[in-house]
Design a protein around this ligand. Structure first.
Ligand SMILES: Nc1ncnc2c1ncn2[C@@H]1O[C@H](COP(=O)(O)OP(=O)(O)O)[C@@H](O)[C@H]1O
Ligand SMILES: [Mg+2]
Length: 274
């Protein structure tokens, strides 16, 4: 895959892409772990350039739903449709090939490796003699890290010695460098300070402009209302409802999360209002 050329066209792609073509449709998705129905008949859509917040108490099924999209867990039943075509996502590499990248709260980084090695982990750039192209990886990594955070310079430090915000830069860089079309962010700001949280918020805005669709799992109501276009609430594995963020109040959202109660007189929506 020639990511360098693909990267050059990210902004272009944002300008030309059809924002009415659904990026992801997850239909009637089910997943059980032993006797626990972790996800039950869930339907959810994502369009280019929108953020859909996925909300619910611990154990509601949010991470399981997203891990199925990311190829980390097999789906028991249901369909995933990407850009109008039925997709078969069985492994994380299937998901990556479909343009899906995930950033987890736990930031799955290889602690002993440096930032550059983490950026390219499993997808290293090679020279034409099939050896590691360290020079080009350094140069490419520097471009993407600088784009996220001008102060980020510790390319050759093992990531275990980096701060939460710096680790987040590395995790997000992977999604950007490999041109995610679909980004899953599971509690991306949970471990971050205010400045780093603001950086992630700016980045989300930028990715939206480029047409990236983002599923954002968050407990932070401020983030949810500031960043999402729509929100989907789950409870006990089931979807309570999906609404335009601007149509609902924080109390109504809490009512859905806590009681599983749909807000009265508010229209549910399967696509962004445009
Ligand atoms: N790997 C797993 N093995 C067994 N049960 C799991 C596993 N992952 C999640 N579960 C169960 O599935 C349900 C949904 O969990 P999860 O998707 O992590 O919820 P959330 O992300 O909303 O907190 C919970 O009851 C949880 O205990
Ligand atoms: Mg979770």
């Amino acid at each position: 895959m020639n990511s360098v050329n693909q990267n050059a066209s990210a902004a272009q792609r944002g300008a030309t892409l059809n924002r009415n073509q659904c990026l992801v449709e997850m239909r009637d998705i089910n997943k059980a772990f032993g006797g626990v129905q972790a996800v039950e008949n869930v339907n959810i859509n994502l369009y280019p350039g929108e953020v859909v917040a996925v909300l619910g108490h611990n154990g509601a099924g949010k991470s399981t739903l997203m891990k199925m999209l990311a190829g980390a867990y097999p789906i028991d039943s249901g369909e995933v449709i990407i850009n109008g075509e039925k997709a078969s996502i069985r492994t994380p590499s299937d998901a990556q090939a479909a343009g899906i990248e995930s950033i987890y709260q736990t930031l799955a980084l290889a602690d002993n490796l440096n930032s550059v090695a983490n950026l390219f982990l499993g997808r290293e750039l090679l020279t034409r003699w099939r050896t590691l192209d360290d020079h080009r990886m350094d140069a490419e990594a520097s471009k993407v890290f600088q784009r996220l955070n001008k102060n980020f310079k510790n390319y050759h430090t093992p990531v275990r010695r980096l701060s939460g915000g710096q680790r987040q830069v590395v995790a997000i860089s992977r999604a950007i460098y490999f041109n995610a079309q679909i980004l899953i962010m599971d509690e991306p700001t949970a471990a971050l300070g205010p400045e780093e949280t603001a950086m992630v918020a700016r980045l989300i805005e930028q990715l939206k402009e480029e047409g990236v669709g983002i599923f954002l799992i968050s407990h932070d109501m401020h983030d949810v209302f500031a960043l999402s276009d729509r929100l989907a609430v789950m409870k006990n594995g089931k979807l309570v409802g999906t609404y335009s963020t601007k149509d609902v109040t924080e109390d109504e959202v809490l009512g859905m999360i806590i009681l599983g109660k749909k807000p009265e007189g508010k229209p549910e929506t399967e696509r962004p209002a445009r």
